[in-house]
Design a protein around this ligand. Structure first.
Ligand code: IMP
Ligand code: MG
Length: 328
């Protein structure tokens, strides 16, 4: 290996696909030297079960839970108070939080950003200051990690980190491809790019991307202001069985059937090699729920096998698909 490589985990829906669980499994493999978060900030919530314990992180990459040095990349935005709270929480659970590094050019969320975001009534944001912070970044008026004395001990330069010697990186995305600022359902999107391109903008070159792992749930969920869920009692059941409430805000997630055109497009746009389909055990618990959309038409599959075949047939045959339950 003459150069660093990066494997990338990306959500192919609207976030909450179970990326945290997959990144956690991959970090546990022992294959990676570093884990990096490449977009988003405290708006994200990653739920991980480790040795039976539920752990929710927002900013700190899952590598810290496995003794792997981990980086909050420059594509992220950081609320320093929340970061220190999260580090204290993880330290209290016995994890070595000195493994955390922060890109010196990551942007900082201020109280003004949070105040501005808290006035949002149209998008249904997480009110964490995410959008206003990215607005200042692009407007060239933002504060960066290297401007904050308390962050000095954590700072890294992404060029040196990635290119000074070959290392294996695992990059865990936040949100999902359909919340992407460019390709999502604007304006009902987050304020960062959520796809594989965002990884390159954290200092990797395109040749270094090795595998792209797309993650979906076997049904769709969305949290935000637009009307998304149609009236169907089975969606209410799915919400309760799948515990579809926001990890950051506790808001109920709106639910719909899996949309194969959405997944297919996200796979193509991100060059997905492996696709994980999560929460099969949840869909199994609801009667007559093996449904999905093909070309905006609901296809009702007779059973689980037919459902799995439908997915496989719709996507590029070169994609390796794995079906999983909520926890495994
Ligand atoms: P913001 O990212 O807080 O600006 O919120 C913009 C939109 O993205 C809203 O619809 C949020 O509910 C959604 N969103 C942001 N982060 C997440 C996430 O981690 N999971 C699911 N939805 C999210
Ligand atoms: Mg989430």
């Amino acid at each position: 290996m003459e150069t660093s490589i990066v494997d990338v985990v990306i959500g192919m829906q609207y976030g909450d696909e179970g990326k945290g669980k997959i990144a956690n499994q991959m970090a546990a493999s022992g294959e990676y030297d570093y884990v990096i978060r490449f977009n988003g900030g405290g708006n994200a919530g990653h739920t991980i079960y480790l040795n039976g314990e539920k752990i929710v992180t927002h900013l700190v990459p899952c590598g810290v839970l496995h003794g792997i040095p981990s980086v909050i990349g420059n594509g992220c935005v950081i609320n320093t108070q929340k970061l220190f709270d999260e580090l204290a929480y993880l330290k209290g659970l016995g994890f070595d939080t000195t493994l955390l590094k922060i890109a010196e050019n990551a942007h900082i969320i201020t109280q003004d950003h949070i105040d501005e975001d808290s006035k949002d009534t149209t998008i249904g944001t997480t009110r964490t200051g995410n959008g206003p912070c990215y607005k200042d970044k692009v407007g060239r008026t933002g504060l960066r990690a290297k401007d904050i004395p308390e962050l000095e001990p954590y700072l890294v330069d992404m060029y040196t980190l990635i290119h000074s010697s070959p290392k294996k990186f695992l990059a865990e995305g936040a949100q999902g491809y359909w919340l992407d600022i460019d390709f999502g359902d604007y304006p009902y999107v987050t304020s960062s790019n959520t796809g594989v391109g965002a990884v390159l903008n954290n200092g990797f070159n395109y040749k270094q991307v090795r595998n792209v792992i797309g993650v979906i749930k076997c049904y769709s969920t969305y949290v935000g202001a637009k009307g998304y869920q149609k009236s169907d009692e089975r969606f209410e059941q799915l919400r309760e069985i799948g515990q579809e409430y926001g990890a950051t805000t506790g808001r109920p997630r709106q639910i719909d059937w899996l949309d194969l055109d959405e997944v297919n497009e996200a796979c193509k746009m991100n060059g997905v090699d492996f696709l994980i389909v999560n929460k099969m055990d949840v869909l199994r618990q609801v009667d007559s729920a093996w449904n999905l959309y093909e070309d905006q038409i609901i296809v009702s599959c007779s059973d689980e096998n037919t459902f799995m075949n439908c997915i496989a047939k719709y996507l590029d045959p070169s994609i390796d698909i794995e079906f999983q339950g909520q926890l495994h």
